[in-house]
Design a protein around this ligand. Sequence first.
Ligand code: GTP
Ligand code: MG
Length: 211
Amino acid sequence: MHFGNVRFLLSAHTIGQLPPPDRPDIAFAGRSNVGKSSLINRLVNRTGLVKTSGKPGKTQSLNYFLVDEALYLVDLPGYGFARVSQQTRRAWGELISRYVETRPSLACVVVIMDLRHELKTLDRELIDWLRFHRIPFLPVYTKADKLSRNEQQKNAAVLDAGLTLTPAGRIVFSARTGQGVEELRRRLTDLAGVPAEPGPPPPPPPLTDPT
Ligand code: GTP
Ligand code: MG
């Protein structure tokens, strides 16, 4: 996987419009305006692939991208944005919940949070719910470029504590600088169970010490 060959596939407004579950899905979730679309663009190195916006609530359907013919990236609508109607919010919530609970090929939900902000109830609830359903998830703390390295560490530790995570269980990221993108590609390749780039063969197993 090099995430180099990517194309937009379709935009689903209902479960019925999803593509067949013939490849693993990696879905990207998070509050409106947190930087989901920017993260996907950085992941595939295509600045304009997914529309980003200063206005929250830009992504309003499940947007499917096919990557290296091997997996789907799914840009989910953002949650927690107050300016859309109650009815629309409920419909989005229902679409996302049904998708996550029923999609057989869902390999991982990347939960994106803003490293500058304190833990939000909705993010916590999403992660609790994913844990409850035993759906693999990967928290990503984004917009790291807005903080010094010191502040990054401090804030990440606070979020880790709130979510009961260890540093190995999440990624500190920036769509602007590319911080964390290599690690994200590695983790997603593993989670999707697709072959990594051809590289050197794995090392032989360690010899057991007879002493
Ligand atoms: P919705 O689709 O509306 O839910 O938003 P989204 O989560 O897809 O966010 P989007 O990627 O559109 O980014 C929202 C704003 O945050 C834009 O102005 C981006 O330029 C900015 N942004 C996203 N990621 C980063 C980042 O890593 N660093 C900085 N400095 N800004 C970022
Ligand atoms: Mg978006």
